[in-house]
Design a protein around this ligand. Structure first.
Ligand SMILES: [Ca+2]
Length: 213
């Protein structure tokens, strides 16, 4: 039975209309979500961001980095202390001098217009420069491209504290060319070199679905 025929059937009585309206409202409220739905939470509410967030696959780094690609980077003990997503591990990017352009790249996942931004937790530690993020996606010509997003977070060579990243544009910034207005993307993180050990720790890479329900 289609949503339309359900809605037409509600004209038989007020009670039926009310009960059926509850059914009809649900698909409407999810109309922006073409990708599979995943659990969400207001992960960045302590910083005044009350949007709902869902986890990028393996983005809490609690599954051993499955599906992630690490170059001069690795999973390390220690969760983001705010427990944006609780756990025991994060990812360390860089291992000191000689580890130029340490990189972590996520597995592929589905993005639609309900994923306008992504956000994550980070901790600079002796970084000589800012952490860059990037999106890998297919452009309108069908070619895989890598779009680098600069970080606005100022860093210095002294160890810093865990903090939330700024909002990084995701579906607001790429073409949604696949079925249902979706795109297959990967997120990446590039660290500059550091004086001593990892230049950055990152944890809890989350995407921002439009608030639902
Ligand atoms: Ca974690």
């Amino acid at each position: 039975m289609s949503i339309r025929s359900l809605a037409l059937g509600t004209r038989r009585g007020h009670f039926v209309a009310f009960a059926t309206a509850l059914f009809v409202l649900l698909p409407v409220s999810l109309a922006g979500a073409a990708c599979p739905l995943t659990p969400t939470k207001q992960a960045f509410a302590p910083w005044g961001d009350t949007a709902e967030y869902a986890q990028v696959p393996g983005g809490s780094f609690e599954q051993g980095g499955a599906g992630w690609t690490f170059i001069s980077a690795n999973i390390t003990a220690g969760n983001d202390p705010f427990n944006v997503v609780s756990g025991r591990n994060s990812a360390a990017l860089g291992s000191g001098w000689g580890s130029l352009a340490a990189t972590a790249i996520s597995p592929e996942f589905c993005v639609d217009k309900s994923h306008p931004y992504f956000r994550f937790m980070l901790k600079p530690q002796g970084a000589v420069g800012a952490l860059a993020t990037f999106i890998i996606y297919r452009n309108t010509a069908g070619n895989l491209v890598r779009q680098i997003l600069g970080s606005k977070i100022a860093t210095n060579i002294l160890p810093g504290n865990w903090r939330p990243s700024e909002l990084n544009p995701l579906s607001v910034n790429i073409p949604l060319l696949e079925a249902g207005g979706t795109a297959t993307v990967q997120l990446g993180f590039i660290s500059p070199l550091s004086f001593n050990g990892p230049a950055y720790f990152i944890d809890n890479v989350l995407v921002d679905p439009y608030r639902r329900g």
